[in-house]
Design a protein around this ligand. Structure first.
Ligand SMILES: Cc1cc2nc3c(=O)[nH]c(=O)nc-3n(C[C@H](O)[C@H](O)[C@H](O)COP(=O)(O)OP(=O)(O)OC[C@H]3O[C@@H](n4cnc5c(N)ncnc54)[C@H](O)[C@@H]3O)c2cc1C
Length: 456
């Protein structure tokens, strides 16, 4: 292959725009994505043969979705696109991937990781019942498969996705009983300076709330979730919570839960990038310069996997990371475009702060979960067992607590339990959460088939 080899992980908004910039500079990047089709989360494409129009699938974002899909399709001959391919490790300047049962190491001169985000979940009693979905999974069922998760649904959590997904369900004709938000009105007021960086999105969010009310959906803020009622046979039968110190149960047959998102940063961890605790998101995030360069030479990060700034920012940061990689590879001349992208990203960063303030992670609730609540669903570890690892076995750090209790050691590798587990460890050891560390990424970041064969 002529020229340096640049590998991009992710064909969502960030990865697609990174690939576009690389192609424009005359390179033929390799784009790896574990999904069957490009588009990422927000612009997820429906399976081949499904014919719902873009407006139905993407609502107000239909034009952007179509533009991104069309651009990526136009690049198909200019990139080496590898769909259905999982990147499971980064080591010795090579990205390790698997497709089907064939694994391969792809050496790179530059690696752009644009792996997006996943739902941030807070365990609560009943969260592992069949019929309880993450908000993202509830949305995927609707977007990709045209299925609703139930016939009377409660959405519980906080964050923009909470209202967006509830709105999408109502638009699709599903029955939504209630939207229960742990954030308060006061959180929203405190967030206004940041939120006003993108007033059009604030108005859109308020519009979703208005439409939900008109559709008869109960909207409650400042709730304290207590449990999801039900059993393994019937699935969820209700959600119990406290609102203004009054307990209440709302009946339902399906629940969607989520507290905004967590950056998908395990590949950056395996690439040995430095991380820093971000008090705004209350998450550990890779350390980056304004252009997306990590602390490791030749490794760049873009999109929600770097900072949870949303889809428009993902497009800008993907392009910027690619231009930074090109500059570092000696292909200069991009400074004016980079300066303009940096400026745009500052606005998105202000908005990120606003969102995190408006929809805070209810860390006190996570820290105070009852002892018998399942925290790690892969390894069936309860909050009590985790507390015992901290207090009884002397593990005041999350990786030690993992070694003693197996929390975060299962197939999700702590993606879904890691943030709540850290809050429990911190509260049990009486330390701030940033002092108890973060679960280190381990390869493979997702399970590999037992029959995997390695080709050189
Ligand atoms: C489930 C979910 C639903 C969302 N829905 C909305 C929405 O409706 N509206 C909205 O405004 N925002 C939504 N968001 C946020 C939105 O997805 C992002 O702001 C935007 O898509 C970020 O773009 P990105 O390119 O950084 O990541 P993404 O769009 O998430 O793309 C990342 C890509 O990387 C691929 N990938 C990840 N890990 C690997 C790996 N190890 N190997 C190979 N490929 C990998 C994924 O398959 C994906 O295609 C959602 C987020 C999630 C998690």
């Amino acid at each position: 292959m002529a020229g340096p080899r640049v590998v991009v992980v992710g064909a969502g908004p960030a990865g697609a725009r990174a690939a576009e910039a690389l192609v424009e500079a005359g390179l033929r990047p390799i784009v790896v994505d574990e999904s069957a089709r490009s588009g990422g989360q927000i612009y997820r494409r429906q399976p081949e043969g499904f014919l719902r129009p873009a407006q139905k699938l993407y609502g107000s974002e239909a034009a952007k979705a179509q533009a991104l899909h069309a651009r990526f399709d136009a690049l198909r001959d200019a990139v080496e696109y590898r769909p259905d391919t999982l990147a499971w490790n980064v080591a010795d300047n090579a990205l390790h991937v698997v497709r089907g049962t064939t694994a391969e190491a792809i050496a790179f001169d530059a690696l752009i990781i644009a792996a997006g985000a996943t739902d941030r979940l807070m365990p609560l009693p009943g969260w592992t019942l069949p019929g309880v979905y993450s908000l993202g999974a509830a949305q995927i069922a609707l977007k990709a498969q045209a299925c609703a998760i139930g016939s009377r649904i409660v959405f519980l959590g906080s964050g923009p996705l909470l209202y967006l997904v509830a709105h999408q369900y109502v638009e699709a004709g599903a029955s939504v009983a209630a939207v229960l938000d742990t954030a308060t009105f006061g959180n929203g007021i405190a967030a206004l300076p940041g939120l006003l960086a993108r007033p059009e999105l604030v108005l859109r969010g308020l519009g979703y709330r208005r439409d939900l009310r008109r559709a008869g959906v109960r909207l409650l803020g400042g709730v304290s979730p207590r449990r999801i009622e039900g059993d393994a046979e019937r699935g969820p039968t209700g959600v119990t919570f406290e609102h203004r110190a009054m307990p209440e149960t709302i009946d339902c047959d399906a629940v969607g839960i989520g507290w905004h998102l967590r950056a998908e940063s395990q590949l950056a961890d395996l690439a040995r990038c430095d991380f820093a605790f971000d008090p705004v998101a209350r998450q550990w995030l890779p350390r980056l310069d304004p252009d997306g360069r990590s602390s490791v030479k030749g490794v760049y990060l873009a999109g929600d996997g770097a900072r949870l700034q949303g889809a428009d920012a993902a497009e800008a940061s993907g392009r910027l990371a690619a231009l930074a990689a090109l500059s570092d590879l000696g292909r200069r001349g991009h400074e004016p475009a980079m300066a303009e992208l940096r400026m745009r990203l500052q606005r998105f960063e202000r908005f990120r702060h606003g969102l995190a303030t408006a929809f805070p992670w209810p860390h006190d609730e996570a820290a105070a979960l009852p002892d018998d609540t399942l925290v790690c669903r892969c390894e069936a570890i309860t909050a009590g067992e985790l507390r015992h690892a901290v207090r009884g076995r002397g593990a005041p750090e999350v990786n030690r607590a993992k070694a003693f209790s197996r929390v975060g050691m299962g197939r999700c590798q702590g993606r879904y339990c890691g943030l709540a587990a850290a809050e429990i460890v911190a509260a049990a050891s009486g330390a701030p959460v940033e002092a108890v560390g973060r679960l280190r990424g381990q390869a493979p970041v997702k399970p590999l088939p037992v029959a995997t064969e390695f080709v050189s």
